[in-house]
Unconditional design. Structure first.
Length: 406
């Protein structure tokens, strides 16, 4: 088994179980299992002009459009006053971020983040991180008591290898009208909560303004809030995509197909074109973000991960996917650090590093998740989670005290 079971490791486990014929009997509702694969016809223009059914088009924006993102930030006063938090994907390794947040609370210097973004498992954490220390217990429960049976079952159907009806039910239990009201209250203060999905028809990232969705409220707001969280964690081909009801020009109705936000980026700080360099013809200040500091929690490991690959399709595919996600994450971290150096933005990155040697024997193994949560909590409380390396350990406490970062 890999040293850290990330979301691609989960994909490999699902494929292996299917190949071995170990699929349990389906236990979801008939509606969950009998989804139609027929889609209403629509065009790129229809999609571009569409809005989620029952809500305004402004509850989302394209995640690859620097101008749209800049306009969004202009309407978020706390984005320039408080640090940001970006939470990556990583499946059960989200226990690292959940523990880090609790430890950060215990350290006594956890900010009220002006912007919180979440991708995949980070999307499941983000609303609770956004609401602060009062939600630490809920995150601890979610990432220390969850098992694979609480997330998926094998035998998903034509869309995917597994079905995530258990995760859908869990989101419905945790995302309540009261939670939406709390998110909406923080949104009205000028803070922003963003969750990233990948829209599979256009192959573009979508940023969902979860505070605006919460503020809209009602059945439509609650339904969409839950759907977006589920979609952001929907590993393409492994977990089913989420179909979001939309209304286009002329009241044309169709469904958008959204899946894992990690398909376009492992975490979100800004559109890729913003991170890569100045936009041609734009003022110099447009290349910067208003954030006083940005904290990125990467729920994966970047160290080499040795295991002997077997001469089989499943082993080769699983190892190749693991290499791809590791390279994607390393590239995203490098680009983000280069952006920080170019623009003078304070960016701090925490990853699962060599200080955590424990291995996972199966997806969502509770013993592993509890140990990883405890590890993250220790680092958060001690102030050694971000930008750590063996060479900087001796000076980390001095640097953290200067920046109020754990």
């Amino acid at each position: 088994m890999s040293r850290v079971m990330n979301r691609r490791g989960l994909a490999g486990a699902a494929m292996l179980a299917l190949a071995l014929g170990t699929m349990p009997a389906q236990a979801g509702t008939v509606a969950d299992r009998q989804r139609s694969t027929v889609r209403a016809s629509f065009t790129a223009a229809d999609l571009a002009a569409a809005r989620p059914e029952g809500l305004a088009a402004t509850v989302r924006l394209p995640g690859d459009d620097p101008a749209a993102f800049r306009a969004f930030l202009d309407g978020a006063p706390m984005a320039a006053r408080e640090p940001w938090l970006a939470l990556s994907g990583g499946g059960e390794n989200g226990a690292f971020a959940a523990g880090l947040l609790k430890g950060w609370t215990r350290a006594g210097n956890r900010p009220d983040f002006g912007v919180v973004t979440g991708v995949s498992t980070g999307a499941l954490i983000a609303p609770f991180a956004f609401l602060g220390a009062a939600q630490d217990a809920a995150l601890e429960k979610a990432y220390t008591e969850t098992s694979a049976a609480d997330v998926f079952e094998f035998g998903g159907g034509p869309e995917s290898l597994t079905d995530t009806w258990p995760l859908k039910r869990g989101i419905e239990r945790s995302v309540t009208p009261a939670l939406l009201a709390a998110v909406a209250a923080e949104h009205r203060k000028g803070r922003r909560l963003l969750v990233v999905t990948t829209e599979l028809d256009s192959l573009r990232p979508t940023l969902w303004d979860m505070g605006a969705i919460a503020a809209a409220g009602g059945p439509a707001g609650l339904k969409l809030f839950r759907e977006v969280m589920l979609a952001s964690a929907a590993i393409p081909g492994i977990f089913p995509p989420v179909m979001i009801d939309s209304v286009g020009p002329g009241a044309k109705r169709f469904q958008e197909m959204h899946a894992d936000g990690g398909a376009t980026a492992p975490f979100f700080v800004a559109p890729g074109r913003t991170l890569l360099g100045p936009i041609a013809g734009a003022p110099a200040e447009e290349d910067k973000l208003p954030a006083p500091a940005i904290y990125v929690v990467v729920n994966t490991a970047q160290a080499p991960d040795f295991q002997v690959a077997q001469r089989s399709m499943l082993s080769i595919l699983g190892r190749s996917l693991s290499a791809m996600i590791k390279a994607q994450t390393a590239g995203a971290i490098a680009v983000t650090r280069a952006f920080a150096a170019r623009t003078g933005t304070a960016i701090h990155v925490a990853t699962i590093d060599q200080r955590f040697p424990q291995t996972s024997q199966a997806p969502f193994e509770q013993g592993y998740m509890r140990a990883l949560f405890a590890h993250g909590e220790r680092l958060g409380k001690a102030g050694t989670a971000f930008d750590w390396s063996p060479d900087t350990l001796a000076t980390s406490s001095t640097r953290r005290s200067a920046s109020s970062a754990p």
